[in-house]
Design a protein around this ligand. Structure first.
Ligand code: FES
Length: 176
């Protein structure tokens, strides 16, 4: 009898342990399934933007930007250049390998609009003039453009559309 009780007790313990392990495995599988489904849904959703990239950015009145000026708009990550034929909104991303290109206002100009100012890429020495044209270094094409529209007297830049170009044409600049 004592042996039977002992066996029965071991069996109960064994079943309990087995049930515990089974429950643990099912719980682990359920957690993995939930995480997998969650990650899949998250990857299908557009990532939250930390800036206004992709948005339409109102930059102000054209009269606020004299010819030759280049102004950076950090919220849209673009430069607004007022050139002789109108306005250009240019991406700050180098067309070589994607480094961020700053405007250097006190460097010798590479165009005839002003004596100073050009874009110097810090990564491999790419240089662009205020039209975004490559003047030195490895980039093979000018800085990309964003379309500009007029809303009343306000210039609006659409950072959701990036325009690649190989050359500069006057028609790229928006006349106001
Ligand atoms: S990334 Fe700008 S020159 Fe290479």
């Amino acid at each position: 009898m004592a042996t039977q009780n002992s066996n029965s007790s071991k069996e109960e313990k064994g079943i309990t342990r087995r049930n515990f392990l089974r429950a643990g495995i099912w719980t682990t599988l359920a957690v993995l399934a939930v995480e997998t489904v969650g990650a899949t849904i998250a990857s299908m959703w557009p990532k939250a933007q930390s800036s206004a990239a992709g948005a339409k950015v109102r930059v102000g009145k054209a009269t606020g930007f004299p010819i030759g000026s280049v102004t950076f708009f950090p919220e849209g990550k673009f430069f607004l250049a007022h050139v002789d034929s109108g306005f250009l909104a240019m991406s700050h991303v180098c067309t070589h390998l994607g480094c961020i290109v700053p405007w250097v206002a006190d460097e010798k100009s590479e165009d005839k609009l002003a004596e100073k100012g050009r874009f110097n890429c810090p990564c491999h020495g790419g240089i662009y003039d205020r039209y975004g044209l490559v003047k030195a270094g490895p980039p093979l094409r000018p800085l990309d453009l964003y379309p500009i529209t007029l809303n009343g007297d306000q210039l609006v830049v659409d950072t959701g559309i990036l325009i690649r170009r190989q050359v500069y044409e006057e028609s790229q600049a928006v006349k106001v």
